[in-house]
Ligand binder design. Sequence first.
Ligand SMILES: [Fe+2]
Ligand SMILES: [Fe+2]
Length: 212
Amino acid sequence: MKKYSDIDKLLIKSNDILDMLFNIKSLGRPYPADKIEESESMTKYNRKLVNNLMRVNHAGEVSAQGLYIGHAILAKTKDQKEMMLRMASEEKDHLEWCEKRIKELKGNTSIFNPVWFSGSIAIGMLSSISNDKNALGFIEETEKQVAEHLESHIKKLPKDDKKTYSILKKMKSDEEHHGETAHVNGATELSGNLKKIMETTANVMKFVSYKI
Ligand SMILES: [Fe+2]
Ligand SMILES: [Fe+2]
């Protein structure tokens, strides 16, 4: 069996991290709004409203990429790392769907996406430092908050915007599944204070990316 020097090991690890940072592939699942016609209720006002909502959701998916990559970098076992990368690929589908919807509406994504991405990698790594069960606890709570947030956006959509509705519904069901996956794999329950901090941090991102 080949023996690796410390330098070799360091190079392998950095290549591995670069691969995770830049090469997460989506699963390529079909765009949920593909066969749905644009509603006539999408006036200039409604397009702007939906674009603002989808800019927030797109920023959320950029953050999800960062979080899952951060978790994968510091995962303690191969199984945990693979689980994180699989969920990152599912989140990449969401990212592509949000981007496509924003393009259809001729809108724009958040200029702060690099900030959300890098900040989320740091948060993902921080919550994975101690052990995998704590990282799963963080994921379970994050996905719960994301699913609640998506439901609040579904309620804000113009009545006939079935395209955006179908995307958000599918994303919500995936996020609930991610939370369940974390739960059945032994997630530790987080403290109330930590949950509150996570909610406040997410609210800052939502507030800013709704505007710009
Ligand atoms: Fe997502
Ligand atoms: Fe998710």
